[in-house]
Design a binder for this molecule. Sequence first.
Ligand SMILES: [Mg+2]
Length: 218
Amino acid sequence: MLLLVDLDNTLVDRASAFDSWAIDFVGALGKPNSEADWLIETDRDGYEPRDSLARAIKERFSLDMPVGDLVDRLLNEHVRSMTIGALTTQALARARKYGWKIAIVTNGTTAQQMLKIQEVGLEPYVDAVVISEAERVKKPDPEIFRIAARRLGAELTGGWMVGDHPTADIAGGQAAGLDTGWVSRGKEWPGETASPTLIAGTAAEVIDAVVHLGTLAK
Ligand SMILES: [Mg+2]
């Protein structure tokens, strides 16, 4: 049984880590907290390309700093305050106990995503890590989910993709023929695309529900 799981804002709380970084960053420039709101919005949960965000920051705050240095700071500094909840690792451990093979499937740069995984100690809980930069294909392209399944020697049929992004994770997973679990983080399903198989607020809740359903289906 195949369980593919997104990283940012699914297994790890990227949003909180980036928000506190943004507040520190604008604070160090002597700017008000409202500027952190601008920065967080412009980041779009990490989906804004890093060099484009770096240019926007440089321009807004009239920074005398190379764009490349800002990109490095955007990629790495907030990772230090990332955490993973005990409920999340417990859910992963339970899934494995019931025979699920687990891969993290994440969009991003290899160096940054591996740093996060090591920083929060996720490696022992998963069987593989599939990162878009290394595979030269990114979610929602169904090919990245096929790569993950092949790496685990598992069938896509009966498999699941769990994540917080309606397009990258849910529409992508559906296109690869997977069942999907949406981590809502308290939001309403946007409804522009086909609904996921199941919805719950946190990764731990979604993974527990998937394991329950998958075990019943066996
Ligand atoms: Mg995500």
